[in-house]
Design a protein around this ligand. Structure first.
Ligand SMILES: NC(=O)N[C@@H](CC(=O)O)C(=O)O
Ligand SMILES: [Zn+2]
Ligand SMILES: [Zn+2]
Length: 345
């Protein structure tokens, strides 16, 4: 196969940031994607309906002229989230989901949840109104090894939440383990999982072998090869539980290339070419559309896109090593392989 046409992909987990960074990265996602779930971990985070509306307007203002890209907004769940404000924002179509960060788990998560019992009433309300909960699934306990934090979260936090609030729709964001794959697969209609582009490509060796490689450091951190293979099998299976959330998470280079570097891989620029390469390697190009364009809308109860993008196989794709922002350069994820699939938007 040398050409494939897909319904326009959506990105079910994206960091667009704000200000100069937003203006630089929004066009990178809008070039290929139709919609994206926009992460609310700004500083300060997006916690109220009014803040979500203002952020949506800043995103729309940052898009190229004539872009049809639709940001699907989220609220950042805190222990003081007002269920009425949340329900109003959801009812008005202003927000599509709510994001749960365990406090301290990842970039800008200080306002996240410490005591999960304190958000029970909000979760009950979300189940009633059909508002999905997107979860960064890692425990933060100092005695839990960073490579085990996702698996432990499933047992200690996620499963109890889902049992206590069975009507709640939950998305396990950016799963990185075979345990995550197995749990999502068994979870039925109300459970989905996003998988990033980079976790289909790298295992933990990419970060650590031959010198420390900060541009491969993200959270949840990439795991052993057996987990990468489980993610590839899940993503390419066509199973509707799994859909694309790139977790494209830009940080300027000085903040990555540092003695204490930030977590996040910036993949918006070359994601679709990488995914086509991965699906081709797995003999699953015919299931790429399910992963990028069908399973996500189905989970969220939204229509699939009507317009299409075409991918054509040819000479290696040229893409910039970095993009410029008024705040500094951002390195584009290097998949360590040539990419041959050109996207015609
Ligand atoms: N994935 C990351 O490594 N970083 C994300 C936060 C997140 O999604 O956990 C970011 O905002 O930089
Ligand atoms: Zn996260
Ligand atoms: Zn993220």
């Amino acid at each position: 196969m040398t050409q494939i046409t897909l319904r326009r992909p959506d990105d079910w987990h994206l960091h667009l940031r704000d200000g100069a960074m937003l203006r630089a990265v929004a066009p990178e996602s809008a070039r290929h994607f139709g919609r994206a779930i926009i992460m609310p971990n700004l500083v300060p985070p997006v916690v109220t309906g009014d803040q979500a509306a203002a952020y949506r307007d800043r995103i729309l203002a940052a898009l190229p002229e004539g872009s049809a890209f639709k940001p699907l907004m989220t609220l950042y769940l805190t222990e003081t989230t007002d269920p009425d404000d949340l329900a109003r924002a959801h009812g008005d179509g202003l927000i599509t989901a709510v994001k749960l960060y365990p406090a301290g788990a990842t970039t800008n998560s200080a306002s996240g949840v410490r005591d999960f019992d304190r958000v029970r009433p909000v979760l009950e309300r979300m189940a009633e109104i059909g508002c999905p909960l997107c979860v960064h699934g890692e425990v933060v306990d100092a005695d839990i090894d960073i490579f085990d934090r996702e698996a432990v979260f499933i047992d200690r936090v996620l499963d109890p939440i889902r049992r206590a609030t069975p009507g709640l729709k939950v998305v396990m964001e950016h799963i990185t383990t075979a345990q995550g794959v197995d749990y999502a697969r068994a979870g039925g209609d109300r459970l989905g999982a996003t998988i990033t582009t980079h976790h289909l490509v790298i295992n933990r060796n990419a970060i650590l072998v031959g010198g420390i490689k900060p541009h491969y450091y993200c959270l949840p951190v990439a795991k052993r090869e057996e987990h990468r293979l489980a993610l590839r099998a899940a993503a390419t299976s066509g199973d509707p539980s799994f859909f694309l959330g790139t977790d494209s998470a830009p940080h300027v280079d000085p903040l990555k290339e540092s003695a204490c570097g930030c977590a996040g891989c910036f993949t918006a620029t070359n994601t679709l070419s990488i995914l086509a390469e991965v699906f081709e390697q797995e003999g699953a190009l015919d299931r790429l559309e399910a992963f990028t364009s069908l399973n996500g809308p189905r989970f969220y109860g939204l229509p699939a896109a009507e317009d299409r993008v075409t991918l054509t196989k040819g000479a290696p794709v040229a893409y910039p090593a970095k993009i410029d922002t008024a705040d500094g350069a951002v390195t584009v994820f290097d998949p360590m392989m040539p990419l041959h699939w050109h996207v015609t938007p």
